[in-house]
Design a protein around this ligand. Sequence first.
Ligand SMILES: C[S@@+](CC[C@H](N)C(=O)[O-])C[C@H]1O[C@@H](n2cnc3c(N)ncnc32)[C@H](O)[C@@H]1O
Length: 340
Amino acid sequence: MGDYQLEIGSVLTKKKDRVVEGILICSNPECRCEYPIIDGIPIIVADIREFVRQSAFSIVKRNNSSEEIESLLGDCMGPGSMYDSIRQYLSSYGYDHYGDLDPDECGQPGVRPGSALHLLSETLPGMMQPIDGPILDLGCSVGRTSFELSRNFNGLVLGIDLNLTMLQAAVKVLETGIFTYPKRMLGLAYDRKMIKTDFMDDENVDFWACDVLNLPFPDALFSFGLSFNLLDCVGDPYLHLQEIERVLKSGAGAIISTPYDWSPNASPVERWLGGHSQRSEAKGKSEIVLRSLFAKGGNPHAIKNLELVFEKENLPWTVRVHHRSYMNYSVHVMGLRKSL
Ligand SMILES: C[S@@+](CC[C@H](N)C(=O)[O-])C[C@H]1O[C@@H](n2cnc3c(N)ncnc32)[C@H](O)[C@@H]1O
């Protein structure tokens, strides 16, 4: 996008001061590319046609079907369908991000929700520096960490993700204060949960659909970046680190947490940072490979402008699958700072 900015080409629907539907246009007269705002989410990705094709289901699906119809649709479409994976994602991240605010969860058996929030409270103090926005929450999913960052710091917090259904649920919290999600019980059986929050109308938070590997922002814009449990989900983890380095201001911090749960479904083995080549000096250990990227020294691949400020090992992060199944991860956290 070079030095050109996006302009609001048209506002089609508005709610209070928020544009719910509209079109952004590149100000470069030779480009004039259009980027839609749908359901209050600006979609600013390089290949807009591919994104819309991939997200067609979330775009055309409306959230007003009754719980019974939703359950019937789920049965018809079956396990492994797009409908089912969307519900599973919402169920897992919805439970972890907002379950602590659900009075019904009190005293329930099973693993407690709130592991992403716990990661935040365990690691933010390690940055030991004032953060005054703007803040970028990379791979924010349903957005709870963005709301919490806004509560703790001044300035704007932008949550970005490529999963439109999760962003829609986050924007709904912004617009109504209510987080609605299907909580999976077993198989294709889900309970609809509606959780009241006090995040409505937080003017400092917004959610955009953007690719963390191709951030539509100029260099040195953000005062802080959060990348929770994302590094092993992207197609090119090294590029993810480079993009974080690029968009941070000098002196700005970032926190990266990851379980290094590498999978060829997310990134080809050649792109994994560790997790292979056990004969090498790093012995296939991802934390050693990461440290070497941020160390001063001779690594030709070093991310030169990011230095390691602190590390924490073996922090718990839990993804609920259904009421009898949880995935418990032990994550590595790195606090980084961009050199002055
Ligand atoms: C494992 S989840 C972690 C969510 C959240 N940060 C947490 O810790 O609870 C990873 C998130 O990153 C998003 N994601 C994956 N690849 C992405 C990309 N290239 N750009 C933006 N978001 C991406 C996924 O849609 C998902 O919401």
